[in-house]
Design a protein around this ligand. Sequence first.
Ligand code: IMP
Length: 201
Amino acid sequence: MTVIVAATANSHKFEEYKALLGSEDVELHSLLDYPGYTAAPETGTTFKENAAQKALDACKYCDRPTFADDSGLEVTALNNAPGIYSARYGKDDADRINRVLRELEGKSDRSARFVCVIAIAINGEVIETFEGVMEGTIIEAPRGENGFGYDPIFVPEGESRTFAEMTQEEKNQISHRARALKKALEFIEDEMSVLDDEFDL
Ligand code: IMP
């Protein structure tokens, strides 16, 4: 049984990861299992830099193979804001949603995308990063109770419901996080024997 740490203290993200991983060979821990750990402030200028920083930092603390994600919403008409500042765009989810809606008032282009970059760190080294993107549209007013963050205002491409109106399973079929994790899992599967030899997992 390999213990892998998902370097997040966000219980919503952790639940999504647990549902996505679903492997009996892997036990997934989160930072909630390491209450003494304090995450360093995010100082990167890209999702990739932030994901790598989070994975490396947590890997060094937990001494386990670790993966971390950095994710956010890019709105085309707002020059891709809030982007890496998605979690810091207001005091809570409702405030952040209202800010995006207010800033989009009067703009005809409501296209947006969720981006997720996952970084994997083993033995104090970032070994790879993976990106997942889900394109979509920002609607005029929030709809739905599921999910988290900007889910109530985001309708993914090819859908009429927001992420917050879908079940977790439905969101997990298509989400940016699922897409990035799928690539990461394919890499781990392909490279597992090499990683095993190299890092003695
Ligand atoms: P992070 O924890 O630094 O990656 O911040 C990600 C932020 O982006 C979250 O706090 C949300 O505001 C937003 N976000 C990322 N993924 C999602 C998602 O799947 N649904 C809704 N909001 C998301």
